[in-house]
Design a binder for this molecule. Structure first.
Ligand code: PLP
Length: 488
C-alpha cells in the first residue's frame, strides 16, 4: 500500500462523491434501463493486468456506466423506501473503518475497538431512552451488526437454546414463534434458519381498526391454543414501525401476555428506532423494561451510512450460550478475564466483524444527540406538511395514522367506479404514472388488509420542503389526468 498513491486516489474519490452529491438532482431517481443493460457492455473476464491509470478509468466507468443505471437512494426525491441515511460524517466514518481495517472478534483482537463498541452502544441506548436493563451499565449489553435480519436470528437462537435447556433438546419440534401479518419477512426467515417448523410460525392477523397493530387479545388466544395443543410458545417478534405502514405494536401489553407463557420478546424497530432520540416518542416503547432484546438500524434514519444495526439484550449470557465458540487459534487474553470486557464473536453469527462502533461514535460526537433530534424532526415536519396537503384535497385520503415520517395515502374511489378492487386498480395506475414522471418523485406502495395505497417515506438527508411540495404537485397532476381520461 503506497501512502502517496492512496492520498492521490483518496482525493479523487472524495471529489467524485462531492460531485455526485452536487449533481444528485440531475439524475432521475429511478433509471429507465432494462435487464442486461450493464452486463452487455462490460467485459466477461477481469483484466489480467491493470491498464494505465486503472483507478482513474474505473472511476470514469462508475460515472458513465454505473451511475446512470442506479436507483439514487440519496436523491431528495426518493420517497419509496425507508431511507438509507447518509451524512458526511457517516461516509467518512466508513472510509476510516475501511482504512484502519481491524477485525474486532475478541477483546484481544482489537482492545480499543471492542471497548469503544461497549461504550458507544450504551451511549446510543441512552440517547434512544432505552431502559437501563438493556445497557451494559444495567447488566445487559449491546453490539453493532450489519442488519436487522442478523439481530433477529441471534435473538431467536438464544431464546431457542435457553428454552431447550429447560424443556429438553428433543422438543425443538414443539416450539412455536409469534408475529403479526405485518412483521418483516426477516423474522420468518430467521425462524426457518433456527429450525422452527414452518407451520409453527403464527402470523396473528391485524386489522385496519387497530391501525394494523398486533392485538394482545389475539396473541393471547393464539398462545393459549398452542399450549392446549401441547406445544411450547417460544418467541414473539413485536414491531415498532412496521415496514408497510409504520404500525406500532403495543409493547407493554404484549410483554404481559408473553410473560405469562415464558416467551422471549424481541422488539424490531429497524426504521422507527431512530425516532426514539426524540423524547416525544418515548411512549411508543412504554413497557420496554420487560423485553428481552431490541434492535434498530442507525443506517436507516440516524445519519449512519450503510451498514449498521444496533442490538441490545437483557441477558448477554443467553447470546453467548447460543453463539459462543472456543478455538485454540483465536488468541484470548488471559489478563482480560474477569474485567467485564466481551469477545464479540460470541454475540454474533460471524467471526470477521466490521468496526462499526467507530462510525456511530463519530456520528454521535459530530452531530450530538440534539443534532440527531433536529434531523429526525425536520423529516417529521415535512411528513406532516405532506399529510396536510393530502388531507386538503378531497379526492384523496390518508389511509393509516401517520406515526413517523411515512404517509400512506390513496385516491378515494369515485362513487361511480364502485368497489375496493377498482380503487386498487386506480391507485396502482396512479403510482405507475407518478414514478414514470422524469425528474419526478419516486414512491412505493403497500397492500394491507386488501387496501392498496401509496407510500411516501420522507427521510433522505437532502430532502427539503420544496421537494415534498413538488412531489405532491406531481401526484395531483397525475391524478387529475387519470380521472380526466376516465371522464370522472
Ligand atoms: N424490520 C423492519 C420493520 C424493516 O422495515 C426492515 C427493512 O426495511 C427490516 C426489518 C429489515 O432490515 P435489514 O435490511 O436491516 O435486515
Amino acid at each position: 500500500l503506497d501512502a502517496e498513491e492512496f492520498r492521490r486516489q483518496g482525493h479523487q474519490v472524495i471529489d467524485f462523491i462531492a460531485d455526485y452529491y452536487d449533481r444528485m438532482s440531475d439524475y432521475p431517481v429511478h433509471p429507465s434501463v432494462t435487464p442486461g443493460f450493464l452486463r452487455d457492455v462490460l467485459p466477461t473476464d477481469a483484466p489480467r493486468r491493470p491498464g494505465p491509470d486503472a483507478f482513474g478509468s474505473a472511476l470514469q466507468d462508475v460515472r458513465d456506466l454505473l451511475l446512470p443505471g442506479m436507483t439514487h437512494w440519496q436523491s431528495p426525491r426518493h420517497f419509496a423506501h425507508f431511507p438509507a441515511s447518509s451524512s458526511t460524517v457517516g461516509a467518512l466514518g466508513e472510509a476510516l473503518i475501511a482504512g484502519i481495517n481491524v477485525v474486532p472478534f475478541t477483546w484481544a483482537a482489537s482492545p480499543a475497538a471492542t471497548e469503544l463498541e461497549m461504550v458507544v452502544v450504551d451511549w446510543l441506548g441512552k440517547a434512544l431512552h432505552l431502559p437501563e436493563s438493556l445497557l451494559f451499565a444495567g447488566g445487559g449489553g449491546g453490539t453493532f451488526l450489519g442488519t436487522t435480519c442478523e439481530a433477529i436470528l441471534c435473538a431467536l437462537v438464544s431464546a431457542r437454546d435457553q428454552k431447550l435447556a429447560e424443556i429438553g433438546g428433543n422438543r425443538i419440534g414443539d416450539l412455536v414463534v409469534y408475529c403479526s401479518d405485518q412483521t418483516h419477512f426477516s423474522f420468518r426467515k430467521a425462524a426457518r434458519i433456527a429450525g422452527i417448523q414452518r407451520d409453527h410460525c403464527r402470523e396473528v392477523q391485524t386489522y385496519h381498526g387497530d391501525m394494523f397493530a398486533l392485538s394482545p387479545t389475539e396473541l393471547q388466544a393464539a398462545m393459549q391454543a398452542d399450549v392446549d395443543a401441547g406445544l411450547v410458545p417460544l418467541f414473539l417478534c413485536a414491531t415498532v414501525g412496521t415496514t408497510q405502514t409504520t404500525a406500532v405494536d403495543p409493547v407493554g401489553e404484549l410483554c404481559a401476555v408473553a410473560a405469562s407463557h415464558g416467551v422471549w420478546v424481541h422488539v424490531d424497530a429497524a426504521y422507527a428506532g431512530s425516532a426514539l432520540v426524540c423524547p416525544e416518542f418515548r411512549h411508543v416503547i412504554d413497557g420496554m423494561e420487560s423485553v428481552d432484546s431490541f434492535s434498530m438500524n442507525p443506517h436507516k434514519w440516524l445519519l449512519a451510512n450503510n451498514d449498521c444495526c444496533a442490538m441490545w439484550v437483557k441477558k448477554p449470557c443467553a447470546l453467548v450460550a447460543a453463539l459462543g465458540t472456543e478455538q485454540e487459534y483465536i488468541l484470548k487474553d488471559a489478563a482480560a478475564e474477569g474485567h467485564g470486557v466481551v469477545d464479540y464473536k460470541d454475540w454474533t453469527i460471524t467471526l470477521t466483524r466490521r468496526f462499526r462502533a467507530l462510525k456511530i461514535w463519530l456520528v454521535l460526537r459530530c452531530y450530538g444527540v440534539d443534532g440527531l433530534r433536529d434531523h429526525i424532526r425536520s423529516h417529521l415536519r415535512m411528513a406532516e406538511a405532506f399529510e396536510g396537503m393530502v388531507r386538503a384535497d378531497a379526492r384523496f385520503e390518508v389511509v393509516t395514522e401517520r406515526h413517523f415520517a411515512l404517509v400512506c395515502f390513496r385516491l378515494r374511489s369515485p362513487e361511480k367506479l364502485g368497489g375496493e378492487k377498482t380503487a386498487n386498480q386506480l391507485n396502482r395506475r396512479l403510482l405507475e404514472e407518478v414514478n414514470a414522471a422524469t425528474s419526478g418523485p419516486y414512491m412505493s406502495s403497500a397492500n394491507v388488509g386488501g387496501i392498496y395505497m401509496l407510500r411516501c417515506a420522507i427521510g433522505s438527508t437532502l430532502t427539503e420542503e420544496r421537494h415534498v411540495n413538488d412531489a405532491w404537485k406531481v401526484v395531483q397532476d397525475r391524478a387529475s389526468a387519470i380521472l380526466r381520461k376516465m371522464e370522472i
